[in-house]
Ligand binder design. Structure first.
Ligand code: MG
Length: 160
């Protein structure tokens, strides 16, 4: 069995007048993340971890924000595309572990739906997908509610 590990990290700015999407789930909040796509920072970190595991570059290379095709795009579509690439390369997900750093809002009520949503897009069991959330004790840009960051780690295993 061949294993590959990957990690990803992303940050988006919190602004007024945008919806907040995290792990493919719409979260009720008075601010949303700014970006060319739906700015789902957690899916972007996950995509970068998956691409990184197979040294396939990063999300900016595959889906450039200069490309109008990706304007406002649902990041679940990007994740689906990345998963097809992984499959083409002869790998499947062992497990993924995502952390979201956000001072507000409380994300605990959404964690189950987030795991189920990601598992469905990735065509894996929800038991293979962990989503965690933490505040930063009011420190840094996340703590000042200026933005939300996310990191992800994945383990891929070869299918053959
Ligand atoms: Mg991003």
């Amino acid at each position: 069995m061949m294993f590959r590990i990957g990690q990803g990290y992303d940050v988006h700015r919190l602004v007024e007048g945008r919806e907040l999407w995290l792990c493919g789930v719409k979260v009720e909040h008075d601010l949303g993340l700014d970006g060319h796509s739906d700015a789902d920072v957690a899916i972007h970190a996950l995509c970068d971890a998956l691409l990184g595991a197979l040294a396939l570059g990063d999300i900016g290379k595959h889906f450039p924000d200069s490309d109008p095709r990706y304007k406002g795009i649902d990041s679940k579509i990007l994740l689906g595309h990345v998963c097809r690439l992984i499959k083409e390369k002869g790998y499947r997900l062992g497990n993924a572990d995502i952390t979201i750093m956000a001072q507000r809002p409380k994300l605990a009520p959404y964690i189950g739906e987030m795991r189920d949503t990601l598992a469905k897009v990735m065509e894996v069991d929800a038991g293979q997908v962990s989503v965690k959330a933490t505040t930063t004790e009011r420190l840094g840009f996340e703590g000042r509610c200026e933005g939300i960051s996310s990191s992800a780690v994945v383990l891929l295993e070869s299918v053959s």
